[in-house]
Design a protein around this ligand. Structure first.
Ligand code: AMP
Length: 111
C-alpha cells in the first residue's frame, strides 16, 4: 500500500526521500509530530524481516528518523515498529513511526 505513495499514485505529505527510503506525515497523527519512515521496497513486512534481509537499510531508516525528529521537532522522539496485527499493525510494509512533541506518557504505545 505504501508503494502507492512511492509511485505517487496516492497523495502524501512527503518530508524526505532518497533512492531507498521515503518519509511522510501520518494521515492520522497520534502526536504533534508523527512521521512514517518507509523503505521503498515492499519486500519486508516487519522490522525483523528487514533486520535479517537488509540491516544497512534498517540502520538508514533509524538514522533518518533521528534526522527528521531534529528537523521537525526538538530531536527527541519515540520510534515504533508495530509487528503483527494483534499489536496494531495494519500496513504490512515495514515502517517506522517517529513520534515527537509532547507525548502522553501514560502509555508506551500510541493507540
Ligand atoms: P501500523 O498500524 O503500524 O501498520 O501503521 C500504519 C499507519 O499508517 C497508521 O498510523 C495510519 O494512520 C498510517 N496511514 C495509513 N494510510 C496512510 C496514508 N495514505 N498516508 C499516510 N499515513 C497513512
Amino acid at each position: 500500500m505504501f508503494e502507492l505513495i512511492v509511485a505517487r499514485e496516492i497523495p502524501a505529505d512527503i518530508v524526505f526521500e532518497n533512492d531507498r527510503i521515503i518519509a511522510f506525515k501520518d494521515i492520522a497523527p497520534k502526536a504533534p509530530v508523527h512521521l512514517l519512515v518507509v523503505p521503498k521496497t515492499a519486500e519486508y513486512s516487519n522490522v525483523a524481516e528487514l533486520a535479517e534481509g537488509d540491516p544497512l537499510l534498517l540502520a538508514e531508516i533509524v538514522t533518518t528518523a533521528g534526522d527528521l525528529a531534529a528537523e521537525h521537532s526538538n530531536g527527541e522522539y519515540r520510534l515504533i515498529f508495530n509487528s503483527g496485527a494483534t499489536v496494531g499493525q495494519t500496513v504490512f510494509h515495514v515502517h517506522a513511526h517517529v513520534l515527537s512533541g509532547s507525548l502522553d506518557e501514560s502509555s508506551l504505545g500510541f493507540q
